[in-house]
Design a protein. Structure first.
Length: 91
């Protein structure tokens, strides 16, 4: 969606029952829910998140999203500064 040398913004859609793989990013991440509801896990904490909610995830902390609803979950991902290192996925 938006990608410069300083910031990266993407939009992710999770269909009902889908989730992201647990992962760690080397920069702070902000998520903004555009549509639907989902469950976000940051570290050991999980929370149900509704539309028009902003969630922050600090760098180097495991995080993941789950769509446990019957409708699409759409959220914006903002990474700033743009990561110089790759995301680490957790098996």
């Amino acid at each position: 969606m938006y990608d410069t040398e300083h910031v990266m913004i993407t939009v992710i859609t999770l269909k009902p029952g889908q989730s992201l793989k647990k992962h760690i990013t080397p920069v702070d991440v902000a998520f903004y829910v555009l549509k639907g509801t989902g469950v976000v896990q940051i570290g050991d904490e999980k929370a149900k998140i509704a539309v028009h909610t902003l969630v922050e995830s600090p760098k180097d902390i495991m995080h993941c999203w789950f769509n446990e609803s019957s409708a699409d979950l759409v959220f914006m991902v903002i990474k700033a500064p743009k990561p110089a290192k790759k995301t680490v996925f957790i098996a």
